[in-house]
Design a protein around this ligand. Structure first.
Ligand code: ZN
Length: 250
């Protein structure tokens, strides 16, 4: 049985450790030290490293961990990340070395141009989605277009409702405040984070119900986006582009 643990790092990152008995894989190790501390504390052996995209807060600890544990490293085919042994893209499937965990790969460009997500389907489905989908929000568009990002989010939204969403940042409270501005009355519970608890993982079902970036065809989201834009918007991609730009200055 695979258990997934958040290892907090930097200001608001979660580095995810998936453990199966005494062996573990890490997803997006932005820093090696908190991972080494966690592995030592839980007496785990690192048997795989996975990366979703090239940003430093996701791969900064990759080389040190790979050097120490001499384990395989997986990452996106279309990004320049030093130390990746197996380059992955849409449709690839891997069995995580050391763990009873099969993952499929989705290309989810937008935040970066080669960003990938790792999906486990079947019983107990989950997705490691890096900086593409957040609880009640989505990543900034550093390298991709609104059309690409909205396609990527739609791909994630098609996963089963029960899919647990392991995103890479604790942005949820700010995201909920923004969602309330876009869709008043469709708020989600913010009490957990107010108590200092992680609000992630959420689920695809919860995201589809409350994440405005997945709801660009909903009348209230369209109306708010058009009010903010001061003009009529032509379709869900324009609505997405408007609320993504609005969020940047919210
Ligand atoms: Zn990023």
């Amino acid at each position: 049985m695979v258990q997934v643990y958040p290892v907090p790092a930097f200001k608001d990152n979660y580095l995810w450790v998936a453990a199966d008995g005494p062996r573990a894989a890490v997803v997006d190790p932005g820093d090696s030290e908190p991972i080494e501390r966690f592995l030592a504390q839980e007496r785990l052996e690192l048997t795989a490293i996975l990366a979703t995209h090239h940003h430093g807060d996701h791969v900064g600890g990759l080389k040190a961990l790979a050097a120490h544990w001499k384990c395989p490293v997986f990452g996106p085919a279309n990004e320049a990340i030093e130390g990746i042994g197996t380059r992955l893209g849409e449709g690839d499937r891997i069995r995580v070395p050391g763990l009873d965990l099969a993952l499929g790969v989705l290309d989810v460009p937008g935040h970066t141009s080669g960003h990938i997500a790792y999906v486990h389907s079947g019983d107990d489905p989950l997705v490691f989605c890096g900086d593409t989908l957040f609880a009640c929000g989505c990543g900034r568009l550093f390298e991709g277009s609104p059309a690409q990002m909205s396609d990527s989010l739609a791909k994630l939204a098609r996963l089963p409702d029960a899919t647990r969403v392991y995103c890479a940042h604790e942005y949820t409270l700010a995201n909920i405040r923004f969602a309330e501005a876009v869709e008043p009355g469709n708020a989600r519970d913010s009490a957990k984070r107010a108590r200092g608890e992680p609000t992630v993982p959420s689920s695809i079902g919860e995201e589809r119900a409350t994440n405005p970036f997945l709801r660009c065809s909903e009348p209230e989201v369209i109306a708010s986006a058009e009010r903010h834009a001061g003009r009529r918007l032509d379709g869900p991609v324009e609505v997405f582009a408007e609320i993504r730009a609005w969020k940047n200055t919210f």
